[in-house]
Design a protein around this ligand. Structure first.
Ligand code: 6PG
Length: 474
């Protein structure tokens, strides 16, 4: 058999699917798994594709099966296991070989690994892969960080397996070292916000208006045909329509309201705070997941405080459905604007030169946040690359003007009814604060100066940076 074009270590669900996708696109792939029985099982499962798969039982055999310089995808649990795998591989590799971490790694770990390999002749790629199990099997969105040269070695294979949007592969080299994993992290941060905002609209419909899961699902189905058209809205419709095979109730109604999280949302928030870029909708979404996990505390608190008796103030009907759709749309704009602002700041901070239009383009298909909306973002950031924020680009400014009143009505009604809408209300406050030429930080500055003599700038240009807070002046 000819040498493999690429290798893959880790035949879990994501690794297996990625390997099958690679083989299906006509590439020969060598595979290795720590538990070797899994390798044999995988080759068996590959069926017709087995001809393109070289199953290997030892690292030596695996490395020898790949054409140098060898690209090796490591698809295992993020964290220390990746370093251990790298250590195990290193003695067998030679100059130019490329280790590719395709898990959801923290980009700071990726940068450290990239640095660690710098003087070894080996190179490291941090590769964000989005699209879940299905995406890995049939076409993910792929975000690559590493040297451009190493990307060129794998470009053909990666573009062959990526999802396509109108023929354009959703795969790109985004910059050096941690660029790919950083962009994937922000993708996930936006994913958190998107999901939380959808859940809040669901909460309004369920708890404020007494709608059943199938009724709500039906609404999401209708919205999926319009401006909200996206994978997450599509699966929300499907989820809400599903019936539990065990008890026959709506599936969603018997799922415990405690959300998991593996870290990417939290990292998005930490990094945005580090750089001083507000990502309030993402922050609210991450915090909402944390609060969701405090089930026992919430149960105890409900016993003490009860729930608000106020009804959701907006009457059910077509007008409300339009408002909810537009509210979700407005909030979505804020979340994406924040995510793109964080990436722009990181690009400057880490010297990546992140290609914003390309990022939006490779998110149009394959990934979890895929949508038509991303094509509009791609067009806006291409037309006005120097805009300070997505919401001030002409196309998005018009969308915000159209949808903001609905977001305001929905948030106001939800807040009055005691329905939690942390992400929707954060998005609204972000707009309100961002467009306020004169805010209230003058008072913060005065307070800081009062208790700590931190000084302030005056609006009249007079050079007197402290207030008259001393005993004589007060
Ligand atoms: C994707 C997903 C994927 C995964 C995350 C979810 O882009 O394909 O984001 O990476 O579903 O691990 O993360 P949480 O478990 O934190 O929700």
């Amino acid at each position: 058999m000819q040498q493999a074009e690429i290798g893959l270590i880790g035949l879990g669900v994501m690794g297996s699917n990625l390997a099958l996708n690679i083989a299906e696109k006509g590439n020969t792939i060598a595979v290795f798994n720590r538990t070797t029985a899994r390798t044999a099982e995988f080759v068996g499962e590959a069926g017709d594709l087995a001809g393109n798969v070289i199953g290997c039982n030892t690292i030596e055999e695996f490395v020898a099966a790949i054409r140098p310089p060898r690209p090796i995808i490591i698809m295992i649990k993020a964290g220390e296991a990746v370093d251990q795998q790298m250590d195990a591989l290193m003695p067998f590799l030679s100059g130019g070989d490329i280790m590719i971490d395709a898990g959801n790694a923290n980009f700071r770990d990726t940068m450290a690994r990239f640095e660690r390999l710098k003087d070894t002749g080996l190179t490291f790629i941090g590769m964000g892969v989005s699209g879940g199990e299905e995406g890995a099997r049939h076409g993910p969105s792929i975000m690559v960080g590493g040297t451009e040269e190493s990307y060129r070695r794998v470009e053909k294979v990666l573009t062959s397996i990526a999802a396509t949007y109108e023929g354009d592969p959703c795969c790109a080299w985004l910059g050096t070292d941690g660029a790919g994993h950083f962009v994937k992290t922000i993708h996930n941060g936006i994913e958190y916000a998107d999901m939380q905002m959808i859940a809040e609209i669901y909460g309004i419909l369920r708890d404020g208006l007494g709608k059943s899961a199938p009724e709500i699902g039906h609404m999401f189905g209708a919205w999926n045909k319009g401006r909200l058209n996206s994978y997450l809205i599509e699966i929300t419709e499907k989820v809400l329509a599903a019936t539990d095979p065990v008890g026959g109730k709506a599936m969603v109604d018997i799922i415990l309201d405690r959300a998991g999280q593996k870290g990417t949302g939290k990292w998005s928030v930490i990094e945005s705070q580090q750089m001083g870029i507000p990502a309030t909708a993402i922050e609210a979404a991450v915090a909402a997941r944390s609060l969701s996990s405090m089930k026992t505390e919430r149960e105890a608190a409900q016993k003490i405080f009860g729930l608000e008796a106020a009804k959701f103030a907006l009457p059910a009907g077509a007008k409300l459905e339009d408002d909810l759709e537009l509210a979700l749309f407005a909030a979505k704009i804020a979340a994406y604007a924040q995510g793109f602002a964080v990436m722009a700041a990181a690009s400057r901070e880490f010297g990546w030169k992140l290609p914003m239009p390309r990022i939006a383009q490779i998110w149009r298909a394959g990934c979890i946040i895929r949508s038509q909306f991303l094509d509009e973002i791609a067009r806006a950031v291409t037309a006005t690359p120097d805009a300070a924020n997505l919401i001030v680009t002409p196309a998005f400014a018009d969308m915000v003007k159209l949808s903001l009143p609905a977001l305001r009505r929905v948030v106001a009604a939800a807040v009055t009814a005691g329905l939690p809408v942390p992400a929707l209300s954060s998005a609204l406050s972000y707009f309100d604060a961002y467009r306020q030429a004169r805010g209230t930080a003058n008072l913060i500055q005065a307070q800081r100066d009062f208790f700590g003599a931190h000084g302030f700038e005056r609006i009249d240009g007079v050079d007197r940076p402290h207030g008259p807070w001393g005993s004589g002046a007060l």
